[in-house]
Design a protein around this ligand. Structure first.
Ligand code: AHR
Length: 504
């Protein structure tokens, strides 16, 4: 049988876009054990003086997450942020109707801003446009960002935060197209309130950037009219439209599962087209970009969640245990996001700790890295720089939901500051290894620094508290540059990171 080859050309002249570091954002919602038992556990042996788990902070810092969305998610649509500021003794416990949990309000805006500082991250703050509206949106911006001399900014100071938090990115609600959302709205209803909230928020602080809610998934019956109508209302007042998408392997059909990044790709293209349609209609010079602020694999925990008793603080909800095959899918999704770096400026892996998360913890005990931690880590660490136009020719396959699925999914990022070119590649083949042959003759010099691979003989292998190192990256052998061509063997079903030292 002849060797299977995927061919790619990368030329320093052909660059797509600078990667906005915020493409490697994540998300902490008041949901399950993300906050209580995740980032915050005052009784934990590693807790700092504010009750934040140091073991978790170390793992988050390792991931280099530049921005973290907060406090939801569905949670935000019923949230009263004032309940989470000021003296702990006077903070009320509230029923969170989104997740049928008890919210003790031990962590609120100020604590989260402190946590984010310790994580070397910025906060992407969402406002409640479900049960609340313009006034509350104005007040929280004033509380967080106004220097002082007004009621809400002085209240912040009285709570011990003399300096404004300077939160730059704000989400205008969450998934307002979804009937499950508290305060669900039609596109016109949402578009109007988002426009008016946006106006006053920017009157309080003109330096902020705003994200309008897009559809909560490409399968929503209102997609893409939702985006069109919402943008017709908000176009002049926002910088981004949000996208959300979750994937799963419910039918245990690997070929289709591995191809689901094609759905993400199609979804992104459709949202870009809709944004640009509204741009044309408005004769606008402004371009709306995308904040893909919820994406991940989410399906393992669906059944278990139905058994969780309501009204607990920090219940074990959405605790997907990720397998090796999930890591391959997350790798494909990361490659897809990078390939759209010209329009997708922010993205949030949903979520960060315990809740559909790369990081898991045991209450009072250890923390560990799920399989999906690794592709995210690699992309975040080595995917900074310029995304290159890559012409990729790969053998293809057909499956239940998709045709012409490339067996190799790949993208390259050139970091000129450190003279590194990194190629990310997933080999989707269930049959065997594929040789990646990459023409890099446009670079005067190139040599392989390292080829890292995530591969496992068991697709369902997972990292657990007992076996935290079951699926971990390894050094691969055999990648070489010869005559301006890179030859890299991509093992069957693998995530690959090939780092090259390059001179243009
Ligand atoms: O990330 C979990 C949930 O998924 C979020 O709360 C919601 O926005 C989405 O439906």
């Amino acid at each position: 049988m002849s060797k299977s080859i995927a061919r790619m050309t990368i030329d320093p002249q052909y660059q797509l876009a600078d990667v906005d570091p915020r493409l490697f954002g994540s998300f902490i919602e008041h949901l399950g054990r993300a906050v209580y038992g995740g980032i915050y556990e005052p009784d934990h042996p590693s807790a700092d003086e504010m009750g934040f788990r140091q073991d978790v902070l170390e793992l988050v810092r390792e991931l280099q997450v530049p921005i973290v969305r907060y406090p939801g998610g569905n949670f935000v649509s019923g949230y009263r942020w004032e309940d989470g500021v000021g003296p702990l003794a006077s903070r009320p416990a509230q029923l969170d109707l989104a997740w049928r949990s008890l919210e003790p309000n031990r962590v609120g805006v100020n604590e989260f801003v402190e946590w984010a500082k310790r994580a070397n991250s910025e906060v992407m703050m969402a406002v409640n446009l479900g049960t609340r509206g313009i006034d509350e949106a104005k007040q929280i911006v004033e509380y967080c960002n106004h220097p002082g001399g007004s009621y809400w900014s002085d209240l912040r100071k009285s709570h011990g935060y003399e300096q404004p938090h300077g939160i730059k990115v704000w989400c205008l609600g969450n998934e307002m197209d979804g009937p499950w959302q508290i305060g669900h709205k039609t596109a016109d209803e949402y578009g109007r309130i988002a426009e008016e909230a946006a106006k006053v928020m920017k009157w309080v602080d003109p330096s902020i950037e705003l994200v309008a809610c897009g559809s909560s998934g490409s399968k929503m019956p209102t997609f893409p009219d939702w985006e069109r109508i919402v943008l017709e209302h908000t176009y002049d007042h926002v910088e981004y439209i949000s996208m959300h998408s979750y994937y799963g392997n419910r039918e245990n059909d690997l070929a289709t599962y591995l191809a689901q990044s094609l759905d993400m790709d199609h979804f992104i293209r459709s949202v870009i087209a809709t944004c640009d349609y509204v741009k044309a209609k408005k004769r606008s010079k402004k371009t709306i970009n995308i904040s893909f602020d919820e994406w991940n694999v989410w399906f393992h925990s669906n059944d278990a969640d139905k058994q969780v008793a309501p009204w607990q603080v920090g219940p074990p909800l959405l605790e997907d245990v990720y397998t090796f095959e999930d890591a391959l899918v997350v790798g494909c999704l990361l490659i897809t996001l990078l390939r759209h770096a010209d329009r997708v400026k922010m993205a949030c892996l949903a979520q960060l700790v315990n809740v559909i998360a790369p990081i898991m913890t045991e209450n009072g005990g250890v923390s560990w890295k799920q399989t999906i931690y690794y592709p995210f880590l690699h992309a975040s660490r080595y995917g900074r720089g310029k995304v290159m136009h890559c012409s990729l020719q790969s053998p293809k396959y057909d499956c239940k939901e998709f045709t012409d699925v490339p067996l190799v999914e790949s993208v390259a990022v050139w970091n000129q500051d450190i003279a590194e070119l990194t190629i990310f590649a997933v080999n989707r083949s269930q049959d065997g290894g594929i040789e990646l042959e990459c023409d890099i003759r446009g670079f005067a010099q190139a040599s392989v620094i390292e080829h890292t691979v995530l591969v496992h003989s068991d697709l369902k292998a997972a990292n657990t508290k007992e076996e935290p190192q079951e699926v971990i990256p390894q050094h691969a052998q055999g990648a070489k540059v010869d005559g301006g061509l890179l030859f890299a063997p991509l093992p069957k079903l693998s995530w690959n990171v090939i780092r090259l030292r390059v001179e243009p």
